[in-house]
Design a protein around this ligand. Sequence first.
Ligand SMILES: O=C(O)CCC(=O)c1ccccc1C(=O)O
Ligand SMILES: [Mg+2]
Length: 329
Amino acid sequence: MGINFNNYQENTKYQLRIEPYCRRFKQPLQTHHGLWRDRQGIWIQLRPMTASELGEEGWGEIAPLPSFGSENLTEALAFCHSFGGEISFKQITSIPDRFPACQFGFESALIDLQALEDPPHLTNICGLLPTGKAALDPKLPIWNQGYQTLKWKIAVAEISQELKLFQDLLSILPEGVKLRLDANGGLTEQEAHQWLQACAGQPVEFLEQPLGVSEFPAMLTLCKQYQTPLALDESIATWQQFLQVYHQGWPGIMVIKPAIFGFPSRLIDFCQTHPVDIVISSVFETAIARKMLLRLVATLPNLDRALGFGTDRWFEEGIGGWGDGEIGG
Ligand SMILES: O=C(O)CCC(=O)c1ccccc1C(=O)O
Ligand SMILES: [Mg+2]
């Protein structure tokens, strides 16, 4: 199923409401990009201005991530305000590629207006461990929430120290659980070799973005040298980068963050016509964007890998798309 907007909707103008938000994490997240304490973004609401078959209102969320190449919050907010409280279907489908988070937010709101059924709840989620030694605390709730896949950020401390922590982590990893290691582009080539050697024979699903965006050829080489699969994230954060990497024949996994990837309809069209091994991942968006992500998950073919939605449990209140129950099964 692609996304078809009916003619009725194409001729519609919408009243636009803009609501910036800020949500704090329970604890900051340490990554190679730095320390992250809260999530700021914009909720938007569209209301058709003429009588229509559509719902009365549609919600979308703009959750920029400038460190991955999207517009920043100030740019997104100025863009939203430039419409003076009214926007047309044509204006939405013409949002330029330099506003990928806005493309996602506005098209999500159009899709929400079609009043489709609520997307299904999910179970195959990858949990997000705290960074560093904190992951080793056996009292962390995450160890008892039924996750079959857990992500751990690396490239934040000195490598020999991290490799030692990795061994400790492996020793407490429950039977059958797999790890995803995310370096956020922070390793040197030599360190990437050290990590991939340490991963041999271990329950590691993949190593994500070992090297920086400019080092694509080196990652292509690494892919061929080790059993542990590699995944690209920062390298394919924008649509243009994604297409380039795809056409250069990347044989590994691709982590897609729909909230910063532009129009959801474009992603659906691409995945329905090209075989790709993708992981859908969160950017700490809230429940409104999450609803669109769940709709995507229900629509995209061949999504066999756990979803990178473990970010929900980092917020103060439950905003997840699957209630407060246990995950897994
Ligand atoms: O993908 C996941 O499992 C969790 C999400 C995650 O790691 C993340 C969240 C926000 C910004 C960047 C990243 C990342 O994958 O690097
Ligand atoms: Mg990543």
